[in-house]
Write a protein of this length. Structure first.
Length: 320
């Protein structure tokens, strides 16, 4: 496979995670490590989407290197297990989810409602654990090989958390998707009056080696930011990390939600394109033109999954 025909080589192999199935929380594939000392409850969450391997590798690294928190508690979790266990390197996109996107079900009405799916059942199972988390890092990857992004929602507390973390270089502030609420936006994480924070890191293209490197560095910096890395562990595993460059913030102003079954882009956008002229045509939703709303419009994560009701692309601009 080559990037020229809009596919990418699979450079990562999914780690075997069966040894983590039992966990210690009463929820399969969820393990909480408790230091016995006062401190926050952190969570590092992997495989919200089953075809995103970098997070599973980062969590596997923590287990295999004997990570134990210096203070507080840290939960290491694998979210959409059913989808992840279906990953096939010969057809790597098909294991994103089983019934529906696990990252579109995190509103209370949906979680408390009668509807059933593989993803909803799993979300309901882990929800009580999520409700105890003070600070969450949700590890993702992207369809295209664009620069890594940190999604910080719209609260000032999450922006501040992303800036303290320092990586990746680009921070995106957005309100999510019309198709459903993300884990990032669930409950206390999106309440500006509560201290809980959640960050979603997009580490790069799904299967490129670099995505794992970004996932691991972001994870270790997240744990260190909250004082949970013991000195010896940090000294060993921070080797090679350099001071990150200054960050830039992109404010999302529009999320283009697909209204018809005939959406198409005018060209193969990959993301992070800056369109200089306002009113430039990006695509067609049936017979309706989709245009840039202002000059120097930044395209964020244009999708290849162009289904009705889904987000085609997010439009933003650099701030500050």
């Amino acid at each position: 496979m080559t990037a020229s025909d809009d596919t990418y080589p699979v450079e990562l192999a999914p780690p075997a995670i069966d040894t983590y199935q039992q966990g210690n929380t009463g929820i399969p594939y969820m393990t909480t490590l408790d230091s016995g000392r006062a401190g926050p409850h952190l969570m590092v969450n992997a495989v919200t989407h089953g075809n995103e391997l970098c997070g599973a590798l980062a969590v596997d690294f923590l287990f295999k290197t004997g990570f134990r928190p210096a203070r507080g508690r840290v939960t290491l979790g694998f979210a959409n297990i059913t989808a992840y266990l279906r990953f096939d390197a010969e057809d790597p996109s098909t294991s994103r989810f089983v019934d529906e996107d696990f990252n579109r079900v995190w509103d209370v009405a949906t979680l408390d409602g009668p509807r059933r799916s593989v993803e909803l059942d799993r979300a309901r199972r882990i929800r009580p654990l999520i409700d105890t988390v003070d600070h969450l890092l949700d590890i993702h990857s992207m369809q295209h090989d664009t620069a890594p992004l940190m999604l910080a929602g719209v609260t000032e507390k999450s922006l501040a958390a992303a800036q303290r973390l320092g990586v990746p270089r680009l921070i995106v502030r957005d309100r999510g998707h019309a198709a459903g609420r993300r884990l990032l936006d669930y409950g206390a994480f999106s309440d500006p009056d509560l201290p809980n924070t959640a960050l979603l890191v997009e580490c790069g293209q799904h299967w490129e080696r670099r995505a794992y490197d970004v996932a691991l560095e972001t994870t270790l910096r997240f744990l260190d930011q909250h004082g949970t890395l013991e000195a010896g562990y940090k000294a060993t595993n921070f080797a090679g990390f350099t001071d990150p460059p200054p960050q830039r913030v992109i404010e999302i102003t529009d999320a283009v939600t697909i209204g018809t079954t005939g959406f198409r882009f005018v060209r193969n956008f990959k993301g992070m394109e800056v369109i200089p002229e306002a009113g430039s045509v990006l695509g067609y939703d049936g017979g309706k033109e989709v245009r840039t709303p202002y000059p120097d419009c930044v395209l964020i994560m244009p999708s290849r999954r162009l289904g009705q009701g889904q987000t085609a692309v997010r439009l933003g601009r650099f701030t500050g």
